[in-house]
Design a protein around this ligand. Structure first.
Ligand code: UDX
Length: 435
């Protein structure tokens, strides 16, 4: 099938490359000429494991191409995905900014020729698919098209696997014909028994928010438990293991830490709260999750300060991991971005390392020192803080680190190490919820 992907950001590029891998002929289109030129030159603008090889293979096989020209890639497409950004609105009120979505709908409309399914891939508030349909109809009353909602559930760092082996595929549509086209799009996955949930437009749009909100609630819940563990002398790792072994609860997303970040959870929880408010209903559990998450980040500042004896003035902190999770270069809403500034403002000297995020971080924090590896970050440090559980930090040579540090204080915000092991190695160890 001929497919066009509008927007070659994270979701668009991964989805486009994966659909080509499934055998479709895909054109990834973007207005950003610089980005398309880089892609044409074989350069991948984001860091996502395996994506460069997947793109190269499908370009070579002639199934994946790139373009800035809508007029050339819409008329022949049977399915047109809209995968442009939906950032939180600049007003700071939590609403998703839909400018790019409606602009894409308006721009593609005049080029529609044969029956085309237009698919909202971006995470959008309930009602957006119908509004996209209205925009297209207004621009091109003759167009033969239908709009479908098909939310993505791609985790950064694991996006290709999430696409190829998803837990489910959600298709929101009122039309049998559009549903049929979507089944053809995902047919190879249907054949390997991936469950399809075919539902109405509004339900599909809400499913994405509900899924991310639930995961956010789960993380905030375990962080709250971690804080109770610290006060009563209990251990959150054992607690999460036992709780998670209950099949009704499940063990995933029960890792206590410095709070969730990233491009989805913070934005989508706020957007869901706005949707609820707008319709006069409350979503107290999600509201609490958002508050707990902010408080957790603040609590980490205190944790670090306390570990350093109450003041960070003049103290050197080795910051390991700046991205919001491993295997990405994405710093959006990363806990380190909230936790480090108040320490820096109170006089801490930050020596930071991250395998992929330093380029971006140095734009945000030009006054931090950036070093080549975790060991250099520990030179003369008063404390090391592990913010993100990159594999590189999972088996550090503890004696080497200790020898480099002024004082062997290890603050492990991801509970990578065991308190016992760290004490034996001669460190003062502080984890999250390791009472
Ligand atoms: C998320 C969803 O998982 C994905 O389905 C959705 O479509 C996009 O948003 P992503 O933001 O890439 O994916 O990362 P995810 O692995 O979900 O982690 C989000 C944040 O939660 C990270 O900061 C991570 O460190 C944190 N987290 C996750 C925890 O603190 N504890 C956990 O147990 C799991």
């Amino acid at each position: 099938m001929n497919i066009t992907m509008i927007g070659t950001g994270y979701v668009g590029l991964v989805t486009g490359a994966c659909l080509a891998e499934l055998g479709h002929r895909v054109t990834c289109m973007d207005k950003d000429e610089g980005k398309i030129n880089r892609l044409l030159a074989g350069e991948i603008p984001i860091y996502e494991p395996g994506l460069d090889a997947l793109v190269a293979k499908n370009v070579n096989d002639g199934r994946l191409s790139f373009s800035t020209d809508l007029a050339s890639c819409i008329p022949d497409a049977r399915a047109v995905f809209i995968a442009v950004g939906t950032p939180s609105s600049r007003r700071g009120d939590g609403y998703a900014d839909l400018t790019y979505i409606y602009a894409a709908a308006k721009d593609l409309a005049p080029h529609l020729q044969n029956y085309t399914v237009v698919i909202d891939k971006s995470t959008v508030p309930v009602g957006t698919a119908r509004q996209v349909a209205r925009v297209i109809r207004q621009e091109n009353p003759q167009a033969d098209f239908e709009v479908v909602s098909n939310p993505e559930f791609l985790r950064e760092g694991a996006a290709i696997n999430d696409f190829m082996r998803p837990d489910r595929i959600v298709i929101g549509t009122d039309s049998e014909q559009a549903g049929q086209v979507m089944k053809e799009v995902y047919n190879p996955l249907y054949r390997i028994s991936v469950p399809f949930v075919i539902t109405g437009l509004e339900t599909a749009e809400l499913i994405k928010y509900a899924s991310n909100a639930f995961l956010s609630v789960k993380i905030s819940f375990i962080n709250e438990m971690a804080n109770i563990c610290e006060e009563v002398g209990a251990d959150v790792i054992d607690l999460a293991k036992a709780v998670g072994l209950d099949g009704r609860i499940g063990k995933k997303f029960l890792h206590a830490g410095p709070g969730y970040g990233g491009s989805c959870f913070p934005k989508d929880t706020l957007a869901l709260l706005r949707i609820a408010q707008e319709h006069g209903v409350a979503s107290r559990s999600v509201e609490a999750a958002v508050e707990i998450n902010a408080a957790q980040k603040a609590r980490m500042v205190k944790k670090i300060r306390d570990a350093l004896g109450g003041s960070v003035d003049g103290k050197t902190i080795a910051a390991l991991g700046l991205t919001f999770k491993p295997e990405t270069d994405d710093l959006r809403d990363a806990p380190a971005l909230t936790i480090l500034p108040p320490l820096f403002e109170k006089g801490a000297i930050i020596q930071a390392h991250d395998p992929q995020g330093m380029k971006e971080a140095s734009k945000i924090f030009p006054d931090f020192t950036y070093v080549k590896n975790a060991y250099e970050a520990c030179n003369n440090a008063d404390a090391v803080v592990l913010f993100t559980e990159w594999n590189q930090y999972r088996a550090l040579d503890l004696q080497d680190i200790k020898a480099r540090m002024k004082t062997p204080i290890f603050i492990d915000l991801r509970n990578v190490y065991s308190p016992e092991q760290m004490r034996q190695a001669g460190f003062t160890y502080v984890g999250v919820g390791r009472g």
